[in-house]
Design a protein around this ligand. Structure first.
Ligand SMILES: [Zn+2]
Length: 381
């Protein structure tokens, strides 16, 4: 992957390139960026740049034999450690058997999420994991000298899926790897990593894509219609993994609007039975859908605030405009932040594999409570 294939991130690319040019490549780095960001893609572009036989001051050449192998993820010095789970419970759990699927998944979407990856390896609800056995494999692989490139690279995707013994096992390697080794951990959950891991790695913060850059990726790399791409980039705030899921799961925006409309009406009317039924309905959907629904809800609430400030600035479809126009009196500066905070917390809990039924019901009660308190205040005044 060349840096040029990743839009934006100018300052960060410059920083990575200058580490190579100055010969100061920290041996253990932690690329931290949210889901659907360029963190993983950048780590691979960085490795490709270091290994390129003909690099320029801006990018790898993309055509030398090293670049060609890097671009297919088949370079013998490029190693991966990934969250996986048993296909066959009698074997030790490690990454190697999953590499063909990994190449397919990454080459299709370099900004993929753990949910998308889980689909490739048919986890069937099993939790993905980087096992202690895998940690042993990491250490073993890094003991060898590199085969073709000056450096050997180990990219550990989503170290937050390491269990404690795996994490502890690699600490020494992170601290003192063999010479000419670069270990890159790519995380979307920096706060959940052990401090001992964080303290042994150089932090590289990767910002989410902005809406313009995410739109560009969706149009250029996934042939999305520009207006649709822009809308999805907006709804997901630049999370390409989520935007792509929404794009490919069909025209869901109409369904999401209906559900959001019902949800807010039930919350406002404090209709407990309907809220229970809604939580059950949401619970039956896949996790990606649940995340999309919460992102969409946040998007709609943000758009309401935009509309309350200046109705010409909103980005809504006519149906969305119509609903929000009726509902906008209910979202205002006094409750907006609180409701957004509740929904964002629900999204975080979904991300941490919480029970969606309980999470949705709880957040519904919290939002109902905001509306109920307001109604009480109005009645008393
Ligand atoms: Zn090259």
């Amino acid at each position: 992957m060349q840096f040029a294939k990743i839009p934006g991130q100018i300052a960060l690319k410059r920083r990575l390139i200058s580490s190579v040019q100055s010969g100061h490549i920290p041996h253990a780095q932690l690329f931290s960026g949210p889901e659907g960001s360029a963190a993983l893609a950048l780590s691979i572009a960085y490795a490709q740049y270091i290994a390129c036989e003909n690099r320029s001051p801006e990018d790898s050449c993309g055509s030398c034999s090293s670049c060609i192998k890097m671009q297919k993820l088949i370079h013998p010095d490029l190693h991966f450690s990934l969250p996986v789970n048993w296909v066959n419970p009698t074997t030790s759990l490690h990454t190697a058997p999953f590499l063909p699927q990994w190449r397919e998944a990454f080459l299709r979407n370099p900004f993929l999420s753990i949910e998308e990856w889980s689909g490739y390896i048919s986890l069937d609800g099993k939790k993905p994991l980087i096992s202690a056995y895998e940690a042993h494999e990491i250490i073993k692989v890094l003991q060898y000298v590199s085969v073709e490139s000056e450096y050997k690279f180990m990219i550990v995707w989503l170290p937050e899926f390491m269990n404690l013994s795996a994490a502890n096992r690699i600490l020494k390697t992170l601290e003192e790897p063999t010479p000419k080794t670069l270990i890159i951990l790519v995380t979307r959950a920096y706060d959940s990593l052990l401090t001992t891991i964080r303290s042994r790695t150089q932090l590289i913060k990767v910002l989410p894509f902005n809406v313009a850059d995410a739109t560009k990726v969706l149009v250029d790399q996934f042939n999305a219609d520009p207006a649709k791409a822009k809308q999805l980039a907006d709804i997901t705030e630049g999370n390409i993994a989520e935007a792509l899921w929404m794009l490919e799961s069909g025209d869901e925006a109409g369904d999401l609007l209906d559900l959001f409309r019902n949800w807010m009406q039930y919350c406002y009317g404090f209709k407990i039975d309907s809220l229970v039924a809604l939580a059950e309905k949401v619970h039956k959907k896949e996790r990606e859908w649940q995340k999309s629904f919460l992102s969409y809800s946040l998007y709609m609430i943000r758009q309401t605030m935009v509309m309350n400030n200046n109705s010409s600035l909103n980005r809504l479809s006519p149906a969305e405009f119509d609903f929000i126009n009726k509902f906008r009196q209910f979202f205002h500066p006094g409750n907006y932040e609180q409701i957004v905070e509740y929904i964002e917390e629900a999204a975080r809990q979904i991300d941490r594999n919480g029970s969606s039924k309980i999470i949705f019901f709880d957040v519904s009660l919290l939002i109902s409570d905001v509306f109920r308190k307001e109604k009480a205040t109005k009645q008393n005044s």
